[in-house]
Ligand binder design. Structure first.
Ligand SMILES: *Cc1c(COP(=O)(O)O)cnc(C)c1O
Length: 349
């Protein structure tokens, strides 16, 4: 079962405010309309107009030569890692990063790739000196260090551009390439007030999710150099990700890029407001970055809080005893947010 699976006893139809993740966002009427109207072709033959337009659009927007549409972020990262590294080659990454911790070890299990996971620094980045120490000498005892893989945002944290530069520079000077798991890279760009290209351009390849805060039902896009994307396209076919009339999905992605990027700022603002409310209640430690709030109730009443909220149509992932992650997104509007605020106030009054 997933750590974010629903609180037992709640019916998804009764949910008014779902804070478990921004992946729960559903395609709205405008998005469904463009999906229904999408002109389609066979994307494996390169003939789907909407997929081609989406790939071109994100390549341009990220300042890269080419792009590849994939069904999920996990597959996008996986195909990127397979394209960067061969068997016995190594990725240096973060212990708490998605590619190491939440992708079922696919790169190692299926790709024969070694991962050297480093502790993630408080700002969500890695430490340049630890990267330098992790890069292996050319010695037949060692795997061949090939790739640095970072994440931005990480747990909602915007990794500062200067930190990215320091890490990438250490990697590049030892001949490694640099990949960014940019599942929520648009949240980072909005928070920094910069363009996607300002972040993406620092890396060789970037994976971007359309199905998180951007609100598309499925889809990720991998961007990078032309020759790299050609290689990734073959890997995508090999792992079964070559889709046919995928334009109905790509149309949702195009709609998301047009309508749902700038509005991420609203999610960040609501997250800030939620953090202020929780701090005001004095009920525990609160950390907030971009669209995510982590709340550790002092009373450790996670389960009781979860049940109390669930009875009012509010779902949080309160299974464990650690911090409760609350994620703001476009399907939490003013009414749902007001309900959440008043439910929290009455629980901790
Ligand atoms: C969601 C996410 C992914 C990809 O997840 P999928 O569910 O496979 O689309 C990758 N990296 C990060 C940081 C994520 O949050």
């Amino acid at each position: 079962m997933s750590q974010y699976a629903q609180t037992p006893g709640t019916n998804i139809a009764d949910v008014i405010c779902d804070l478990r993740s921004d992946t729960v966002t559903r395609p709205d009427a405008g998005m469904r309309a463009v999906m229904a109207a999408a002109e389609v072709g066979d994307d494996v033959y390169g003939e789907d107009p909407a997929v081609n337009q989406l790939e071109r659009s994100l390549a341009e927007r990220s300042g890269m030569e080419a792009a590849l549409f994939l069904p999920t972020g996990t597959q996008s990262n996986f195909v990127a890692l397979l394209s960067h590294c061969g068997r016995g080659e190594e990725i240096i990454t973060g212990r708490d990063y998605h590619i190491y911790k939440y992708e079922a070890g696919g790169a190692s299990a299926l790709g024969g790739i070694v991962m050297d996971p480093l502790a993630v620094a408080p700002d969500g980045g890695l430490r340049p000196e630890e990267i330098a120490a992790a890069i292996k000498d050319d010695d037949s005892h060692h795997p061949i260090s090939r790739l640095l893989s970072m994440e931005n945002t990480h747990n909602g944290k915007v990794v500062p551009l200067a930190r990215l530069d320091q890490c990438i520079s250490v990697a590049r000077s030892a001949g490694l390439s640099a990949h960014l798991d940019g599942a929520r890279v648009f949240n980072a760009a909005i928070a920094l007030g910069c363009d996607l290209a300002d972040i993406a351009g620092r890396f060789d390849t970037v994976s971007i999710c359309l199905s998180k805060g951007l609100g598309a039902p499925v889809g990720s896009v991998l961007v990078g150099p032309e020759a790299f994307i050609a290689k990734a396209r073959r890997w995508r076919k090999m792992v079964g990700g070559g889709m046919r009339q995928a334009g109905v999905l790509a149309a949702a992605g195009l709609y998301a890029l047009e309508h749902n990027v700038a509005r991420l700022a609203e999610d960040h603002a609501r997250a800030t407001e939620l953090a202020e409310t929780l701090r005001g209640l004095g009920a525990g430690a609160v950390e907030q970055n971009t669209n995510m709030v982590f709340f550790s109730p002092e009373a450790q009443d996670n389960a009781a809080l979860g049940q109390r909220l669930a009875a009012q149509g509010i779902v949080i992932s309160a299974g464990g005893s650690g911090a409760i992650r609350m994620v703001l997104h476009k399907d939490i509007g003013d009414d749902a947010f007001a309900l959440l605020q008043s439910a929290l106030k009455s629980h901790y009054a």
